[in-house]
Design a protein around this ligand. Structure first.
Ligand code: UDP
Ligand code: MG
Length: 325
């Protein structure tokens, strides 16, 4: 069989309440398309009935493929697995919860036909997401852009189209701490945007509660920039200046104030300043060393326990076989 023109990669983690509707809308959308297509579902260790539903979908229609990971590896690794398996000339990564509407894929594909290699979807408006999530997301993307040095577009998620040569480039990046949208920006080529209004999750709950969002944000910043290390330098300078001030004040008191009993406050200030700057610096160093350790293990990024309807040709071997390296 020839390579499909379009592959959709859809990570699925406990999405039982949305799968039927997703399947229905995909069918509707893909049926209206004038291109050959393939859907790659990546089951990321779902604990509910998601995987059975996906198996059923794949049984009835060979253009739907399933890759099931051996446990929950997280959204970013699920996407990675999907991109390793996707065979299309163009590959679109989208969420299972219908927050990434299939109709936008048509706009992306049109841009791809104009010759763009990466088409990312920028969110105009987000329904049903808390003010807090929107505000922190806006702040995070702006911060990341300033720190990272690679132009990661503001207000985008992982909903994007990649041309085959970008997918092949992505397959060569096997780092463990993965921030996929940043890696796509790093790869380069011709990138452009389409705009859309992001609807509410069709059903179920977000898998990104606050704790996970913070970890995700740290992954983004730490894997693309070493500027947090510089904080230690600034802090050191600050502590030094403060220390000098305190020393001058202590000397003044000692020399010119009659019955001064200085010492306690001075020592306390000096000790706290020194201790806090050192602790912070140690923490930052530890964070990077931890990452070096993670990377140096060279573990496979994920393990697959089940495959259905997937085909791999010589070109694709570069991807999945590298998983093991
Ligand atoms: N997802 C996944 N593994 C996880 C968490 C999420 O594969 O550990 C999938 C999830 O099924 C969905 C997508 O990643 O298709 C995005 O997750 P979610 O909608 O919960 O994130 P949000 O849109 O709230 O940021
Ligand atoms: Mg979602």
């Amino acid at each position: 069989m020839p390579r499909p023109q379009l592959s959709l990669v859809i990570p699925v983690f406990n999405e039982e309440p949305v799968i039927l509707e997703l399947h229905r809308r995909l069918g509707e959308f893909l049926g209206s398309l004038d291109v050959t297509w393939q859907v790659v579902f990546v089951d990321d260790g779902s604990k509910d009935r998601s995987i059975e539903m996906l198996r059923q979908i794949c049984k009835d229609e060979p253009r739907y493929a399933l890759v099931a990971l051996s446990r929950n590896f997280g959204h970013q690794l699920a996407i990675t697995a999907g991109m390793d398996y996707a065979q299309g000339d163009a590959v679109v990564v989208m969420d299972a919860d219908l927050q990434d509407p299939p109709s936008v894929v048509a706009d992306m594909y049109a841009k791809y036909k104009e010759g763009f290699d990466v088409v990312y979807a920028v969110r105009n408006r987000r329904e049903g997401e808390s003010f807090f999530k929107k505000a922190t997301a806006a702040l995070f993307y702006r911060l990341l852009r300033r720190l990272a040095g690679v132009p990661i577009p503001v207000d985008t998620g992982d909903f994007r189209l990649l041309s085959r040569r970008v997918v092949i480039a992505m397959r060569a990046l096997r780092e463990t701490n993965r921030f996929v949208r940043g890696m796509v920006a790093w790869v380069g080529f011709n990138q452009t945007a389409v705009h859309y209004d992001r609807p509410e999750r069709f059903a179920g709950e977000t898998h990104y509660p606050l704790g996970k969002m913070i970890r995700f944000a740290l992954d983004g910043i730490m894997s693309f920039s070493t500027s947090p290390l510089r904080v230690a330098i600034y802090l050191g300078v600050l502590a030094g200046v403060a220390g000098l001030g305190v020393a001058a004040w202590a000397a003044y008191v000692k020399l010119f104030v009659q019955d001064a009993v200085p010492g306690w406050a001075t020592i306390m200030i000096a000790v706290t300043l020194a201790a806090s700057s050192q602790l912070l610096m140690t923490g930052i160093l530890g964070e990077y060393i931890g990452r070096i350790y993670e990377e140096i293990k060279r573990r496979p990024l994920y393990l697959v326990r089940e495959e259905q309807n997937v085909r791999l040709d010589s070109d694709d071997q570069a991807g999945p076989s590298e998983r093991e390296s």
